[in-house]
Design a binder for this molecule. Structure first.
Ligand SMILES: Nc1nc2c(ncn2[C@@H]2O[C@H](COP(=O)(O)OP(=O)(O)OP(=O)(O)O)[C@@H](O)[C@H]2O)c(=O)[nH]1
Ligand SMILES: [Mg+2]
Length: 359
């Protein structure tokens, strides 16, 4: 195929900034006269990231219910069906607890689908605040295991949120296998470094999938299962019209308070609200964080809202369920729950898995 789209995979821990970067990159490509589509991914259904992608006006593919590696065939099918809109670039975001993507996704793409897609180097995003946390001697061993392995398989490591000016910790946690010079600093919020990153991954100079890990899948499964996962979608009918921001703000605050009271450390809590007048997405990556908010802050009040909550925390699912039940019960609305899933991720069973001895 003469016009093979470039497939850009961007990984990294929960809340590292993957979706924010992909949306910024898609906008930048649009300004350059190129077309981008985005594939989102989650262990459950009802994804805030997919809502954000379509609300931002981009074509979206979605793999819900399992990670790219466990649904590799569906991932390829999603990329193939996006070809109908003739994208120049397909951006894809694996689940934030996922690792071993070089062995289970990049290698089979190179091996079996090179005629359809040009594969960009695998970028792994790192929130400097998380890096500081996971390199402490008392770091949570399960989550630190996920984080360190994610870093170790990166072709390119991107420290995100540079606008917050959190200094990345000493280089001890940087993957020894990462080629020198392959660490970058960006802010998807201000755009700093994003154009340069795009030029680098689209430029074809760096190879894709250059690092293969030696992963103990029992340990990987146990580490993922340390996280509680909750996806919730509902329809609200309010007595008194409210703006999306006035629905999401207090709800996020109540949920944060409930989770903090229950001793549940938040990995990422994100809420999307759409009313006929506009949408809002708000989220926090730690208990007590100042929420970051995107969308139509000036949208008019409305009585009908569609609400999606995605919560990942270091706690048992039942505890997340209780917190969400309590926080949503206080919404000044009649509530119709459309989807409600609460679970620990099941053990990963990849469709393909290459090791260092593979051809
Ligand atoms: N200050 C600042 N905040 C950012 C930046 N990039 C992302 N964020 C915020 O960090 C939070 C997480 O960003 P996401 O893009 O949703 O992260 P993600 O990696 O896609 O998260 P998951 O899909 O849950 O794994 C959001 O609240 C963003 O607004 C940045 O460059 N600067
Ligand atoms: Mg995301």
């Amino acid at each position: 195929m003469p016009n093979r789209p470039i497939l850009v995979l961007v990984g990294g821990f929960l809340g590292a900034g993957k979706t924010t970067l992909l949306l910024r990159a898609a906008r930048l490509l649009h300004e350059r006269g190129m077309r981008a589509a985005i594939i989102t991914n989650d262990q459950g259904a009802a994804l805030v990231d997919t809502r954000m992608t379509t609300a931002s006006g981009f074509d979206a593919g979605e793999i819900a219910g399992a990670c790219f590696c466990c649904r590799f065939g569906d991932f390829v099918a999603a990329a193939q069906s996006l070809m109908a809109v003739r994208p120049d670039v397909i951006l894809a975001e694996p689940v934030g607890s996922c690792m071993d993507l070089s062995a289970t996704v990049l290698q089979p793409l190179k091996q079996h689908h090179a005629a359809q897609f040009r594969l960009a180097p695998f970028s792994v995003l790192v929130d400097p605040r998380r890096a500081a946390e996971f390199t402490q001697p008392d770091a949570d061993p399960q989550l630190a295991y996920l984080f360190h392995n994610q870093l170790a398989e990166a072709d390119l490591v991107l420290y995100t949120k540079s606008d917050l000016q959190t200094q990345p910790p000493a280089t001890s946690h940087q993957p020894p296998a990462t080629p020198s010079g392959a660490v970058r600093h960006i802010s998807a919020l201000t755009g700093q470094g994003v154009a340069e990153w795009l030029d680098e991954v689209l430029g074809g100079r760096l190879s894709a999938g250059t690092h293969l890990l030696d992963i103990d899948y029992a340990r990987y499964a146990a580490a993922e299962a340390a996280l509680g996962w909750l996806n919730w979608e509902g329809e609200l009918r309010l007595e008194t019209a409210l703006t999306p921001a006035a629905v999401v703000g207090p709800l996020l605050e109540r949920l944060d308070a409930e989770l903090t009271r229950a001793g549940a450390p938040i990995a990422h809590l994100k809420i999307f609200d759409r009313a006929p007048t506009g949408y809002i997405r708000a989220g926090i990556c730690n208990n007590g964080d100042q929420p970051s908010v995107e969308g139509d802050l000036l949208a008019s009040p409305a009585r009908r809202h569609e609400l999606v909550i995605n919560l990942r925390a270091r706690a048992l699912p039942a505890l997340l369920d209780q917190a969400v039940a309590r926080a949503t019960a206080e919404l000044p609305a009649t509530l119709r729950v459309l989807q409600h899933q609460c679970f620990q991720p099941s053990p990963p069973v990849p469709e393909y898995r290459y090791d260092k001895g593979s051809p």
